[in-house]
Write a protein that binds this ligand. Structure first.
Ligand code: ATP
Ligand code: MG
Length: 394
């Protein structure tokens, strides 16, 4: 058997990037290296359009696979074994590989899927398949060929210097490598939606930074810790990031004292956006990201979203806008944030919640209400009071 664990990593959309392809591939390699740096002695390099990860056999393969699988831009991963590119050597490795699968998985049937990436290799793909299939049948007496519904598809990938044998293509998330698409400032709550929104933008290559608002002492220290837990799960995909933490209570109190009750929510949301925009400007963020979703709650009607947007110049990305809640919940399950999100802690939005929130706010009325507040000063003071929490991926 090989002395190393080898993983073949396929780059999805990265492969379509034309002239920029080497840049995207380099970024992808860098991101894989970052995500596996907790393991000593892992080698990551690209070669002929694929990325090869080699690791010492002592490293936990499942853990390594999980870490590679979290890298955006990875289309699929195949744990593989390698052999020198001649049919005897490939056959020998294939037999060992299949004996192992017979022992561990009890497989009975197989089909060889051979591919000759090196067109100078003297034998054509169908013939390679037949020769390796015959060698496996001789070496593994219990196995039979089944071309329609085999227990194992035995992939044989013949390349110029080395050949590779594998049976699985484990799907990655796809997307683009982090750092290839600017930086976004996510408004991160403790809910289900915003961590998913952050994840979705990061999947398209966007670096993430976060703002979180609380209303201490109405909201608890534990509620903030929950958001930090969520942020760390997001960071396991998006890398380390800064979370700007802001107490919104002084602003909420001003709103409650000076403005109509039914407008509280929308007014608070406009302050959140303004503060997030200021923080984004200071930190190289070019867009805001929220977990808002059309019609989900009173503050997310079409009218409310228009009024919310009108107070900032930065584009507001809402990747969940057209998703159903069940689909957002499924996504949260898939990326591992759901269990944390549903822990019951108070959010600053639930403090001073109006009994009958206005669902069709009018911008001129909202601006009129805001004229009773010193908006600029409140925003400046909030930004100046920020605490920064460093969110680390491991
Ligand atoms: P979520 O599940 O993300 O909390 P939600 O359906 O509860 O979403 P809202 O509470 O109306 O919706 O919030 C809409 C969006 O506003 C959130 O997705 C998030 O981006 C932002 N937001 C809400 N509360 C906070 C907060 N305390 N800190 C930062 N951002 C927030
Ligand atoms: Mg919320």
């Amino acid at each position: 058997m090989n002395e190393q664990s080898i993983f073949i990593v396929r780059c999805g959309e990265v492969a379509l990037k034309g002239m920029n392809k080497p840049y995207f591939e380099r970024m992808l390699v860098e991101r894989i290296k970052k995500n596996v740096k907790q393991f000593a002695g892992v080698d990551v390099r690209r070669h002929e359009g694929l990325i090869y990860v080699r690791a010492d056999k002592s490293i936990d393969r499942e853990q390594l696979l999980k870490q590679i699988g979290k890298v955006f831009g990875v289309a699929s991963i195949s744990p593989a074994v390698e052999a020198p590119s001649n049919l005897d050597a490939i056959g020998e490795e294939a037999v060992k590989y299949m004996l192992d699968l017979i022992e561990t998985k009890g497989i009975k049937t197989f089909k060889v899927e051979a591919k000759r990436a090196d067109k100078n290799f003297p034998v054509k793909s169908p013939e390679i398949g037949r020769i390796i299939g015959a060698k496996v049948l001789i070496g593994c007496k219990v196995l039979k060929v089944d071309v329609h519904n085999p227990d194992v598809h035995l992939f044989v990938d013949v390349r110029h210097d080395k050949s590779y044998i594998y049976q699985q293509k484990i799907a990655g998330f796809g997307g683009l490598p982090l750092g290839t698409n600017g930086k976004g400032m996510v408004l991160l709550s403790g809910g289900i939606d915003s961590p998913v929104a952050a994840w979705m933008m990061a999947k398209r290559g966007m670096l993430i930074e976060a703002v979180h608002f609380h209303s201490y002492p109405y909201t608890s220290q534990r509620a903030q810790e929950k958001v930090e837990d969520l942020a760390r799960i997001v960071a396991s995909y998006c890398g380390n990031f800064k979370m700007h933490v802001i107490n919104l209570l002084p602003i909420q109190e001003q709103i409650v004292q000076n403005c109509p009750e039914e407008e509280t929510t929308i007014l608070v949301r406009r302050f959140m956006m303004r503060i997030a925009e200021k923080i984004a400007e200071k930190n190289g963020g070019m867009m805001l990201i929220t977990g808002e979703n059309l019609g989900q709650v009173a503050s997310q009607t079409a009218e409310a979203l228009v009024v919310t947007d009108a107070c900032v110049k930065m584009p507001v990305m809402r990747p969940l806008i057209a998703m159903d809640k069940v689909d957002i919940m499924d996504k949260a399950e898939e990326i591992g944030t759901f269990e944390t999100s549903i822990q019951p802690y108070e959010d600053c939005c639930t403090v001073f919640l109006p009994k009958h929130p206005s669902t069709k706010p009018k911008l001129d009325r909202i601006i009129e209400s805001e004229s009773k507040l010193d908006v600029d000063q409140l925003v400046e003071a909030a930004v100046a009071s920020e605490e920064i929490v460093q969110i680390r991926q491991n």
